[in-house]
Design a protein around this ligand. Structure first.
Ligand code: 2AM
Ligand code: CA
Length: 263
């Protein structure tokens, strides 16, 4: 696997951010018993990791723009490149000492995703993708699963707590309906890892709405580079700003799309 200078920079930043997250993850367990509220601590962990990642990327490419979960947008001068960063995707898992979370870094050039890194510091799985050069996990090539029938598919999704009872009921009812057509539904709590797992052929499909650009940016390139199709959940062209995703191989993507329309 040939690694470009840009991907090397992204991997370096993700690994450095991961060291910070890992230290804090070790502390979370102790905090569960304190009354201080681990939520504040996790929010600080999030910000610490983001600063580490920002500093690394900014040092390497001082003119690039940023879009980050915690600090928002930072405009660079080059007008072409933008890093899209989630320093801790799977915050609720992290807070509960569940080792299912990741750093996600995407790189966009003129509005097109050209690089993606998703790193789970606990399992030490490093997912990478470069436009036109494929997707990898720890240097092993990723390929989307090639199942044909929904009944054989493991399908990942998310369950948001929107605060709106009717919307939550609609979403859960839709999941219950899809559950009847597939081999199993999974809900990991990390959109970035869900996308990486689809790229790796572990999950066959993933759909979710109400996401943020940093949840999706790196993963959408990974899906494409692993030979998969990614659209929004209505089958239209994906737009990171709209936060709606449906990903899988072309055949089962079409089948789940139809089910979602009817569900
Ligand atoms: P987070 O862990 O960084 O918050 C859970 O289904 C997935 O949705 C996670 O990747 C989570 O990212 C993301 N997400 C995005 N917006 C969210 C929101 N408003 N509430 C909960 N999860 C959200
Ligand atoms: Ca996120």
């Amino acid at each position: 696997m040939a690694t470009s200078a840009l991907l090397t920079i992204m991997v370096g930043a993700a690994r450095k951010g991961a060291r910070s997250l890992k230290r804090d993850f070790g502390e979370v367990e102790n905090l569960q018993v304190s009354r201080k509220g681990p939520a504040d601590f996790v929010s600080a962990a999030d910000k610490r990791a983001e600063k580490v990642i920002f500093d690394e990327l900014h040092k390497a490419r001082p003119t690039y723009s940023f879009l980050m979960e915690e600090s928002g947008a930072v405009e660079g001068t080059d007008g072409q490149h933008r890093w899209i960063i989630d320093p801790l995707d799977g915050t609720t898992n992290f807070l509960h000492s569940i080792p299912m979370f990741a750093i996600s870094i995407g790189l966009e050039r003129n509005g097109v995703m050209i690089g993606g890194v998703i790193y789970n510091p606990i399992t030490d799985e490093l997912f990478t993708a470069e436009r036109g050069a494929g997707a990898y996990v720890n240097n092993r090539r990723l390929r989307i699963a090639n199942r044909n029938h929904l009944s054989e598919c493991v399908v990942a999704t998310g369950i948001k707590n929107t605060g709106n009872a009717a919307a939550d009921t609609r979403a859960v009812t839709q999941i219950a309906k899809i559950n009847q057509s597939v081999a199993g539904v999974r809900r990991s709590g990390s959109a970035a890892l869900d996308l990486a797992y689809v790229a790796a052929g572990r999950y066959d499909l993933y759909w979710e709405d109400g996401l943020q650009p940093w949840d999706i940016a790196a993963g959408m390139l990974m899906i494409r580079e692993a030979g998969g199709l990614i659209t929004d959940s209505k089958g239209k062209e994906i737009n990171v700003a709209r936060g709606s995703v449906l990903a899988g191989n072309e055949k089962v993507h079409a089948k789940l799309l139809k089910e979602l329309k009817n569900a």
